[in-house]
Design a protein around this ligand. Sequence first.
Ligand code: C2E
Ligand code: CA
Length: 776
Amino acid sequence: MDKYVKWSFVFGVICFLLYFIAAIFKSNLWGDILSPLGTLSSFIILLHVYKKSERMKNVWLMPSIAALIWTFSDIIWAICEILMGINPDNMTIFTLLYLFPNICIMTSGLIYMKKFIKGANAVQLLLDIFVISTSCLVMFWFLFLKENIFLFIKDVNNILSFIYVITDFIIINWVIIWFFSVRRGKVTKGMYITLLGATIYAANDLVCTYEYFYHLYVPNSIPDTIYLLSFLIIAFGGISVLQYNNCKWAYEFYSQTKNIGNTKKSLILLLTIPIYIIFKGFDFDKILILFLIFTIYEIASNYVQKAINNEKLLNDEKNINLILEEKIKERTKELLLKNDDLEYTSYHDFITNVYNGRYLKKRLDDIIDQKISNQKITIYYIDVDRFKTINDTYGHDIGDSLLIEIAQRLQKETDENSIVARLGGDEFVIVIEGDLSEDEVEKFAQKITTSCNESIYIENYEFNITISIGIASFPTDATSRNVVMKNADMAMYYAKSKGQNKYEIFNSNISNLILEKNEIELLLKNADYNNEFQLYYQPQIDINTNELVGMEALIRWNSPIKGNISPNKFIKIAEETGSIEKISDWVMNTAAKQIGIWNKKFGLNMKMGINISPNQLDSIKFAHKLEKILEEYDLNSDWIDIEITENIAMKGEATLGKIFSMLSSMGISTSIDDFGTGYSSLSYIQQFSFDRLKIAKELIDNIVTDLSKRHIVKAIVMLAEALNVLTIAEGIETKEQLEVIKEIGCNQVQGYIFSKPLTADMFEENFLAVEKVEIQ
Ligand code: C2E
Ligand code: CA
């Protein structure tokens, strides 16, 4: 609180006390001086309250104007009485001036009530206003007018008095109505104090007006001091309200002042009876009227309160229902969302976001088994070539990114009639619903192949992906989901076996091939190696001297069930199924043992060429195995030559580089097998340390007639010379071929012209027991 406000209040109280003493001692002079000083201090306080309050400012402006007018009137009064010696007692101007504070306070009450009424129940409020006003009017009629209305109309002063009385009654009316209506919520003490001040003011004014009206009024008597007291009380109330005015709960009070609930406040109405008795004595009729007013009010009010309560209960219930409904809606929404989530995750692949196998199965079942559509469907079974190698070499994160990119490309190429799903690993399936011609089926396969072939860039790496596709359709190729999927898978498998980046439409041939493959796979698993496998040896001859330089070990399989099976067939299957490692071990052992026997027996220095599958080159284990074999059969390391197919270039430089240098450091020579048919370029291959290039049979086949092939072979030979490695031509069958090869400058030859691969016995008999090789 500001200091000046505090001091003003203290000053005002002192003025009142002195004024009260002056009134007792009937000192008019001091009364005239102290009264305006006291009300002035009230004015200062109320003005401060007006300025500082944030809500209902005008409620405080009105009483401060009232105090100001009062001060002003008091000063004029004092000037008249003290300085001018005029008796202001009967001057109408003062009656008029002192009426303004009444009007101001009444207006303030009106403003306050207007805000306050907003939160009140209209029926109860009207009832309150009606009953209280009636009680007041009845009292006024009985006590003041003595039941004679004409008393007031006698002269101007009387009319003014009448207005005084009316304003006082209205003020008292407002206060009582307010008091009746506030039944809930907290009311600031300050407000009670202020309204008490207003009531004292109005009641005191009634007393003064009564005195004045019946010419009993004495200026600066006790009732006059009460005016000052009431102003000070109103001002004090204002200060108290100000302390809470800006707090939240004070604001809540304004919004909660609803006249709900039982109250015994109406008993106040009964006060009219003792008041009447005090002033007028016991009059049964009048007392009965006053009591009747009270009773009627009680009954009506009770009824209204019940109605309000019922309405409130109904409203509360409605609100609770609304809240419940809202909660249920929210829960349902949450559950639906969760359900959507669950459905999404259960039907989608978490890496690529395309559908998963589960969904594909369900969808195909819907289409095929439940025949929801009579349409044809085409299934594209897609497998990413060499994906395992990429995954192993570059890590799973890059592998995943690659799968995501491929999934996106596949999705881009399909429309809303198609489903793209990932079955797991690097296998995708596209299902197209609708009648497609064979041409359209193939075109789509080409489209997705081209799309996937475009370079993919991930973390500074460039990938050129190829895919193998198997195509099967329903109901042409099969009438159940299982079979149609199996057919597409088989077609994909067949496409892959024919080389990379191919597609194949399912036909019965494929299924026979696949069946055979499965059969071989099974036979391989159960094969008795020493009885069923045998190594044949094909000589390798120095082209210039015609001397034997070594031989290549070539496996033969005589299955007791299927008879002779070509290595071209079963080696691939063994590579896929993993049995190649065991087979290779057997080959290495047998071939190594054999070269040891031969070289020692005949005092030679032949090289045994052993074919090694790219899969095995993954491990250091391979080098250790070789080392062990050399030791076991007591071999010179340069008696072994490892033939590694050109396609291993796909394995990744780091791994390959390691293998080549490891073998070379062991003194074992290496040959690049089937060179010229694969993808690796000459410049790529030259980074590895190897000893010999085996020129593929495909390049030799037409070399006599095909000039371009001859040029290629020439280039290869020149490169080999530059790299300081040997060349050996494979599959030489005719003298002409041999001539051309010799002319080109190849170092060695291998082929039917010298000999087909032979059993160990035959080889020994034909090539080792004789001095020089004869061309047959
Ligand atoms: P390859 O390494 O290219 O072996 C040469 C193939 O060409 C052999 O077929 C051989 O019999 C054949 N050949 C040699 N000279 C001629 C010729 O003048 N005319 C014709 N028409 N063919 C000739 P084979 O023995 O059927 O072997 C086929 C493939 O199987 C081999 O191709 C090799 O990749 C694989 N293979 C054979 N044995 C083994 C083995 O022990 N381990 C592994 N990993 N692969 C083997
Ligand atoms: Ca070979």
